[in-house]
Design a binder for this molecule. Structure first.
Ligand SMILES: NC(=O)c1ccc[n+]([C@@H]2O[C@H](COP(=O)([O-])OP(=O)(O)OC[C@H]3O[C@@H](n4cnc5c(N)ncnc54)[C@H](OP(=O)(O)O)[C@@H]3O)[C@@H](O)[C@H]2O)c1
Length: 292
């Protein structure tokens, strides 16, 4: 079986790599911060550098934070493009801007590298169960070649179109998620300000037709003030930043998105960035002077 090379073993990258091992793939992984690799060393080969991953694998999976991180690991000094040989394949699971994804593709294409973007819906626990929803952008033929591999991680796959297009859909999706957490947080804040136990709102919501998997899982955790991160609040801010970039590029008026950007930026400024994004409720409580 081919050796899969993972670059970026954060929350999502490590879950994807473990899932690949459990699905029978031979895996080698690299992470910039080696201290974060302790739990992974006995599960897969660990590479000291990106050049070692390029050497050992024909197919690489990238999962890093944002535009800057992706550019660093693909095109930067000692990045993939410094070492990669023609005809290698990259599946990029990072959520980045469509403009950056097109730029990286263009540069790697000149090296004879095939790259498709695979931004995903669902967090690390879904990745571990192979239950992500994969959005795919890039050459359709390449996507069809890679379908079996993508299915190791995702139970639903949508081919969106050319490179960049899957990132646009993913960002539009995360706009909904950021908005959902914010609106639920505002409703809970209002209830709490009136001296009512916010669990009552969640209880009502979760027996109504408006319940969602979000209200049943994160909603319950929000009122219990459990913000163990699956998706960092700072990364939701990052996605709203990407949306701001895209809205400017496409000249789209998105007033709610701008308000969300302000709220999530405020939450990061209040040092909630390393909490789960649902901690937007904590931010709303803080700015509204609501005590525990
Ligand atoms: N977590 C989720 O639920 C979820 C769901 C869907 C999509 N995503 C997307 O998946 C991607 C990864 O998210 P995550 O949750 O895994 O975040 P994370 O835990 O913060 O991991 C980020 C990864 O990016 C690496 N990185 C950042 N800057 C870098 C640079 N300049 N050079 C090399 N490596 C760099 C980090 O390395 P270090 O350890 O050295 O910092 C780490 O491996 C993001 O684009 C995110 O939006 C996440």
């Amino acid at each position: 079986m081919v050796k899969l090379g993972f670059i970026g073993l954060g929350k999502m990258g490590s879950a994807l790599a473990i899932r690949a091992v459990q699905s029978g793939y031979n895996v080698i992984g690299y992470n910039r911060t080696r201290a974060k690799l302790e739990g992974l060393r006995d599960r897969m080969d660990i590479a000291p550098s990106i050049s070692d991953v390029c050497e050992a694998s024909d197919t690489m999976i990238v999962s890093v934070t944002d535009d800057a991180a992706d550019e660093d690991v693909t095109l930067g000094n000692h990045g993939i493009s410094d070492y990669v040989k023609p005809n290698k394949t990259i599946l990029d699971f990072s959520t980045i801007s469509p403009m950056e994804s097109k730029y990286i593709n263009e540069k790697l294409k000149r090296k004879g590298v095939h790259r498709i973007e695979v931004p995903v819906v669902g967090g690390p626990s879904k990745a571990l169960r192979g239950e992500l929803i994969a959005l795919v952008g890039g050459e359709r033929e390449k996507y069809e070649d890679l379908m079996d591999l993508i299915r190791a991680f995702a139970h639903r796959t949508f081919y969106i179109g050319d490179i960049g297009s899957a990132q646009t859909v993913k960002l539009a999706f995360n706009l909904l998620v950021a908005g959902y957490a914010e609106i639920l947080g505002e409703g809970l804040t209002l209830v709490k300000k009136d001296g009512i136990d916010p669990r009552l709102l969640i209880n009502v919501l979760n027996v109504s037709t408006y319940k969602t998997e979000f209200s049943e899982t994160k909603g319950v955790k929000m009122v219990a003030e459990n913000y163990d991160p699956t998706f960092y609040l700072k990364h939701m801010k990052k996605d709203l930043g990407l949306l701001t970039k895209v809205a400017n590029e496409y000249e789209i008026y998105m007033p709610v998105m701008s308000a969300l950007w302000t709220a999530y930026t405020g939450a990061v400024d209040q040092e909630l960035g390393d909490e789960d994004f649902s901690a937007i409720f904590e931010y709303l409580k803080k700015v509204n002077n609501i005590k525990k």
